[in-house]
Design a binder for this molecule. Sequence first.
Ligand SMILES: CC(=O)N[C@H]1[C@@H](OP(=O)(O)OP(=O)(O)OC[C@H]2O[C@@H](n3ccc(=O)[nH]c3=O)[C@H](O)[C@@H]2O)O[C@H](CO)[C@@H](O)[C@@H]1O
Ligand SMILES: C=C(OP(=O)(O)O)C(=O)O
Length: 435
Amino acid sequence: MGTFIIEGGHQLSGEITPQGAKNEALQILCAVLLTSETVTINNIPNIVDVNKLISLLEDLGVKIQKKAKGSYSFKADDINLDYLQSDQFKKDGRGLRGSIMLVGPLLARFGKGYIPKPGGDKIGRRRLDTHFEGFIKLGAKFRYNKEEYFYGVEAKKLKGTYMLLDEASVTGTANILMAAVLAEGKTTIYNAACEPYLQQLCKMLNRMGAKISGVGSNLLEIEGVESLGGTDHRMLPDMIEIGSWIGLAAMTKSELTIKNVSWDDLGQIPTVFRKLGITVERKGDDIFIPKHINGYEIQNFIDGSILTIADAPWPGLTPDLLSIILVVATQAKGEVLIHQKMFESRLFFVDKLIDMGAKIILCDPHRATVIGHDFKSTLKATTMVSPDIRAGVSLLIAALSAKGTSTIHNIEQIDRGYEDIETRLQAIGAKITRV
Ligand SMILES: CC(=O)N[C@H]1[C@@H](OP(=O)(O)OP(=O)(O)OC[C@H]2O[C@@H](n3ccc(=O)[nH]c3=O)[C@H](O)[C@@H]2O)O[C@H](CO)[C@@H](O)[C@@H]1O
Ligand SMILES: C=C(OP(=O)(O)O)C(=O)O
């Protein structure tokens, strides 16, 4: 188990460049299976989850060449489908959430897709009904081996159809979309997820020869094609990382520039931090956070009632930022209700913040009320264990703002999604070491 030792209470300053987006990378990498031609992908983050997926692709027979830092080419012209039935795949396929999106492309191109119950954050139930209901609608036969937690779908040829998804699942939409591009005829996906990473996937598939319209909306129409060709693709910056650095700057009273954020793809993120009273300035495509010497004050709703910040499918606020917003609120002036609607086990990490002196009431598994200290009292350093990726970074931000030296164990959770985090934080003045 890896550990970070963090000496808190120091102001940071300078520039930080966000890595390529983890959740986009997981979709885009699976899409390389849809063609026998070369696909080159740039700005791939060097993080554990992405590297696990790349190595799964390699085990499947995809030829991979590293071109430069973060740039790889992929050629899926000789796929070893037997690997999908191997014990190795049953073990490795479980290692991350994103592996579920191997199923759609494999089903579409080779007539079968299998996957062990995928891993990812332990943040509550993470069902896969949307994915498999979609494949079944496209004509696939579904099997589930309960003993081995092993899912499978098979079909000689998928047939386009209309479907109304039971929920706007992000990976579910990507998976069904990747199956539908090679199906016979027209597929309509209503209640589709439509976040920028899915838009990126649609644009990439269209460059490969797919015919997808409605990109960016919750109604996707797909005219199936016989085959797809190669392309070049560049990943967007990671919006959750960008949000993490906004929160870090405010809570440590630091002046920070976050470079090349692709501002127009950030949706609600700048607005939500502004509701916490944080100044988020746009400078070209950078975000500038000035020093919040006098702290930041949470706005109430216009009728004077306490602000609620809740997640919702895009264009709502991503659930992956709520843990970070919660920790930043602990030093704001005022109160806020954080409502995590999607996941039921994601707020339990607040007990660590309460130990550090934060004023939080966990109302139920989905809601926490935070009463900010307005920097009148600092958080106290402590020893903690990172339960999931975003809670881990939230605890890291808390530790960097706290007085004294904190220890965070199980930082493998953080490494799943943040590239070389300690080096990048050290470069802006953070006192953090990995032991
Ligand atoms: C690898 C990857 O891309 N992971 C992201 C992806 O996970 P993932 O695709 O697994 O998440 P889903 O979008 O399927 O659903 C997330 C949760 O929200 C619930 N739900 C979803 C849609 C909806 O309209 N109503 C609803 O209640 C689901 O039941 C589930 O509990 O999207 C999540 C939601 O943005 C993010 O937290 C994950 O980081
Ligand atoms: C929940 C997350 O990831 P995953 O879906 O990969 O577990 C996340 O990135 O916050």
